[in-house]
Design a protein around this ligand. Structure first.
Ligand code: FES
Length: 125
């Protein structure tokens, strides 16, 4: 059902946790299943220097969240903003059709964290 990459990220998710004093925070949830994801980012010179997440969700949501942080870490914020659920799913080697929607949490929470970062920067300028 799941690829080896997905299973690895489910069993050993990367970048789990909280960033104290983050530059941006994004939350996404799926009302149909009740799963949700919170992403924290730390940004320097418009590069995502650190990223962490907390998730309450299924195996695919956990693996997708982990992969989202790996894809985003070290990237310019504008490049990270273009990370889609399709890219996340592809990086996991594909998700079962009925689990494709789980990768949406990662893409959405990341976008919201980047928008939050941009708003905070604008407020402080
Ligand atoms: Fe809810 Fe996977 S079933 S995110």
């Amino acid at each position: 059902m799941y690829t080896d990459i997905t299973m690895e990220h489910f069993k050993n998710p990367q970048n789990v946790g909280v960033i104290e004093c983050p530059d941006g925070v994004g939350v996404a949830g799926d009302p149909n299943c009740g799963d949700y994801l919170k992403i924290y980012i730390k940004v320097e010179n418009d590069i995502i220097k650190d990223i962490k997440f907390q998730v309450h969700g299924c195996a695919a949501a956990i693996a997708s969240s982990s992969m989202t942080t790996i894809l985003a870490k070290g990237k310019p914020v504008l490049a990270a903003y273009t990370i889609t659920e399709k890219k996340i799913s592809e990086a996991l080697g594909g998700l079962p059709e009925e689990k494709e929607h789980c990768s949406l949490l990662g893409a959405l929470a990341l976008k919201k964290a980047i928008v939050d970062y941009a708003n905070n920067r604008w407020k402080n300028s």
